[in-house]
Design a protein around this ligand. Structure first.
Ligand code: 13P
Ligand code: SF4
Length: 352
């Protein structure tokens, strides 16, 4: 639906009144009505870096989800205030790993005598607490674009990797990029006694995967791929590595949101693409490339509901509050957590 013209005008007016004091970041999965006000768009990693590269902006309005705003707060100066227009914009995957659960798993590794060989790696899509845990325990953060490099680095530091919280990104990278066997990977389920794993399984494993997944990408199935190949002969299947292993294996190309965008931009006119990622992004890609046939990998998979919580009314409210001298929905990571999370983020930034 087109944006409410009154709200569009109010957002534009508030943004103009704030001038350079505000910088608006928009993740690729955000709604069109929000993206039109973003000073820069990107994946979660690019946006965190963009925030850090804007020291003049007093306020960073983060149109994305909670863990992204936390990363922006960690990477920006204390003077800069990060605003999330709706505090209910979380990420179901990040919420699947709580610090107490992760510490419990680590205690088990310590009791077993394997903790010294285990390198914790967390996907960007995790809370600041989890990044802090990883920083304290000599591990690293990764994103969907550098997971392979991060895993290679980790296997130089130890013999096992404890991968949080996305089992699919962990498994897909280990098996398809590093050449590990599926049987080298075990799944740690925080809701089962002992994670659902025996001591022998933990001793033998190379990849200990946390049982987390994305509620959007996890819905694509092998049937989604088979159906689109049947309907559209010659179609190229392009998916995000948060998809299940069998989906990624059956696809033609796999990569982060930035990779997906670049691949579509570089594709010859007349080619057909079925894209397995969030709907707002796929729809915008289709509109921007009318010379190519771009479709959603599975018509039954929907938007990321938490990304979609940031809508124009919330953005207008946040901007108008800033104009009025108040800072709404500020995201602040405590100093100790931020310090160690930054250690893990800086290790990632230093990867080759
Ligand atoms: P990106 O790191 O590719 O932006 O992915 C973030 C995300 O939430 C994917 O579901
Ligand atoms: Fe989280 Fe998935 Fe939404 Fe990304 S698409 S923010 S991983 S729930």
């Amino acid at each position: 639906a087109p944006s409410d013209p009154d709200l569009v005008e109010r957002a534009a007016r508030a943004k103009a009144a704030l001038g350079d004091r505000v910088f608006v970041l928009g993740h690729h999965y955000q709604r069109d009505e929000v993206i039109q006000f973003a000073d820069v768009t990107g994946d979660s990693f690019k946006l965190a870096r963009e925030a850090a590269a804007r020291p003049a902006a007093e306020y960073i309005v983060f149109c994305g989800v909670h863990f992204m705003a936390e990363s922006a707060d960690i990477l920006t100066s204390d003077r800069q205030r990060v605003v999330l227009p709706d505090l209910a914009a979380g990420c179901s995957m990040a919420d699947m790993a709580a610090l107490v659960q992760v510490e419990k798993a680590w205690d088990r590794f310590t009791e077993l005598g394997i903790a010294g060989e285990v390198v914790p790696v967390t996907y960007m899509n995790s809370s600041a607490d989890i990044k802090g845990f990883v920083g304290r325990n000599d591990g690293v953060v990764c994103t969907s674009s550098n997971a392979e490099t991060a895993l290679r680095w980790s296997f130089e530091q130890g013999t096992k990797v404890f991968f949080l919280p996305d089992q699919h990104l962990g498994r897909n990278t280990a098996v398809l990029k590093l050449g590990l066997e599926l049987s080298d990977c075990v799944l740690y389920d925080p809701h089962k006694p002992n994670g659902g794993l025996t001591d022998e399984q933990l001793r033998a494993a190379k990849m200990i995967l946390w049982r987390g997944h994305c509620s959007v990408h996890g819905r694509f199935t092998l049937d989604s791929v088979d159906d689109v190949r049947e309907r559209v002969p010659g179609v190229n299947v392009l998916v995000h590595p948060e998809c299940r292993h069998e989906v990624v294996t059956a696809a033609d190309h796999v990569g982060s949101t930035e990779y997906i965008i670049k691949t579509i931009e570089a594709a010859p006119a007349g080619t057909a693409w079925a894209v397995g990622t969030e709907l707002n992004l796929v729809r915008r890609l289709a509109l921007a490339h009318p010379d190519k046939q771009i479709m959603f990998l599975d018509r039954n998979v929907c938007y990321c509901s938490t990304m979609n919580r940031i809508d124009l009314p919330h953005l207008v409210w946040a901007l108008e509050e800033l104009v009025a001298g108040r800072v709404p929905n500020e995201i602040v990571v405590d100093a100790d957590t931020a310090h160690y999370a930054r250690v893990a983020l800086d290790r990632m930034l230093a990867l080759p």
